[in-house]
Every structure is written in C-alpha cells, then in structure tokens.
Design a binder for this molecule. Sequence first.
Ligand SMILES: [Fe+2]
Ligand SMILES: [Fe+2]
Length: 188
Amino acid sequence: MTPGPERPLPRATPRDIVARVWRALRRDAEGAADEAWVRSLLRPAEHAIWVRQRAYDRRHSLRVARRLEARLAGTSHAREARWIAAALMHDVGKAAAGLSFLERAAAVLVNRFIDLETARRLARSRRPGLARIGLYLTHGEVGARLIRQAGGREEIAAWSEVHQGGAASGVPGIPPEVVRALVGSDVA
Ligand SMILES: [Fe+2]
Ligand SMILES: [Fe+2]
C-alpha cells in the first residue's frame, strides 16, 4: 500500500525502515573527519541542535548530506554550502520526540492510519506517549521551530518544515533543482 500524500510520513517505505533498523544496529559514531566537516558547514547554534540527535540520526544526516554534495557537484549550486547544511539538519526534530528505535517502528505503523492533522493533534496531547509519537510524525515542523528559535538559517528551517512531504510544490527560497536533489538524497 502506498501511503497517501496527507500522511505524516508519506515517503517512509518498509524498505527504508528495514535499512534503518540494520544501520541502527551498527553502533559506530561518526568519525573526527565527519565531525569537523559538520562543524565547517553549520553555524554554532545549528550545530548545538544537530549534536542532540541520536547517533543513527546523525549518521543518516551525514549520508544524506554526502549524497547531496555528490548530486550538486558540477552544477551551479556546488559551492552553496547552505544546501548541504539543510541536508544535515533536515531530521533534527526527531530528537524532540525522544523515541526509542522500537517506538519509532510503532510510530511508522501508526502513520499508516492517521492523517497529518491528527498527528499534529497528537503532538499537542497531554499524554506524553501520544505526544511523543505526534512529535515524531511531525518532526519536520518540529525541527523547523527548533532551528528558527535558535536563530538558524531560514532556508534550513524551511527545508526541515516541508521535507516529509517531498516538497512537490516547491519550497520558497530554495531553487527547484536543489529541492529535487534534496528529495533524492533523503533515502535510508
Ligand atoms: Fe524526516
Ligand atoms: Fe531523513
């Protein structure tokens, strides 16, 4: 079954989830070279948010950013480091939910049965367990708020805000070819 466009996580496929479980079982953290690369791309306030992610989310963000760098190489956007920074920061909202890996799997199942508005309502629930699932399912919007509150760059917040839906209608402030490269890079 292909989730409809109004699902909180329309792009999460069973294959992605299996790939993420496999990678989560590998516990190696990013190396010093990766860490230096991330610091060179992010402003201090953004970096302070990036490091709060779980190790497997940091590794995912590094893979997405490296893929984007390769996709933009040779284009007129190759020297625009802010797009690589946007790739690094796109999932930072997941840290706010604080879900374990098994809880994430449950949240992805819940995603099949609720729409985006319901996920937003869950995120505001007084029941902590429900609120955490809602925060996870709306992590793009949550991350955008975190980035803006910290004084991070607007285009980075804007990408976090819309990335879950694939940004089919475009993103203000981000060139369409960069949006396509960001979408294509955000796989497991
Ligand atoms: Fe995401
Ligand atoms: Fe992602």
